[in-house]
Design a protein around this ligand. Structure first.
Ligand SMILES: Cc1cc2nc3c(=O)[nH]c(=O)nc-3n(C[C@H](O)[C@H](O)[C@H](O)COP(=O)(O)O)c2cc1C
Length: 200
């Protein structure tokens, strides 16, 4: 299922006020506020297809996805609870599990870099991050809110084993997708001019 055949001429960019407006006001959702409806299986496939249309140096596609419905995440939250109790702030670590279980659908994005390749691992990992952002855009384009988070279980070796993350892989993000009852509120945005230098 692709929208363009290999070698096909693709459209050149054209100005789009609608796309600019969407980008200018896009906002992640608080994961714990994401509720039903979530995307249907066909919509998830579409979101994955659009999300995976992402730059990656060397066409290595150094990432993979795990689509997680509510049951697997509920089971995982139970298994993670004892590990939360061992975190530096057990109360907070336990509470963050609500972010894992509340959303109707989650796509776990794993960075799967090819080792000892001429494309540096850093660049392969950057591509996984780009996929995460693109998945958010794709979910938004289908009318859903989304949240990209990691949380402590993305870094705890025992937790990673529960998610079947392989030793050479890293969590790029949990992309939670669903519907918000209330509009999200704007947050501080960077002073882009202060972060930018210009050169002739
Ligand atoms: C790589 C990455 C990891 C994140 N991990 C967490 C997290 O562990 N917990 C959390 O509450 N938010 C996490 N966030 C989300 C941010 O805190 C915040 O919601 C997001 O940057 C909002 O961006 P936006 O307003 O531009 O959509 C993460 C974001 C990124 C990019």
């Amino acid at each position: 299922m692709t929208d363009a055949d290999l070698g096909a001429a693709l459209p050149l960019p054209v100005p789009s006020a609608e796309m600019q407006d969407r980008l200018a006001r896009r906002r992640s959702a608080p994961a714990q506020s994401l509720a039903a409806p979530g995307p249907t299986p066909a919509e998830v496939e579409r979101i994955l297809l659009l999300g995976a249309r992402t730059p990656d140096h060397g066409k290595l596609f150094p990432w993979r996805f795990v689509v997680m419905g509510p049951q697997s995440r509920a089971d995982l939250a139970l298994a993670l609870a004892p590990l939360a109790a061992r975190q530096p702030d057990p109360g907070k670590a336990g509470k963050t599990l609500a972010k894992l279980t509340a959303p109707p659908l989650t796509i776990l994005v794993l960075s799967t870099p090819v080792p000892d390749h001429k494309v540096p691992v850093w660049e392969q990992q950057l591509s996984a991050g780009a996929v995460c952002m693109n998945l958010e855009h794709a979910a938004n384009a289908l009318g859903y809110a989304a949240s990209w988070i990691t949380d402590w279980y993305s870094y705890d070796p025992e937790a990673l084993a529960l998610f079947d993350v392989r030793p050479a892989e890293r969590v790029a993000g949990f992309i939670h997708i669903g519907t918000l009852a209330e509009p999200p509120l704007e947050r501080p945005r960077p002073d882009v001019a202060a972060l930018t230098s210009w050169r002739d």
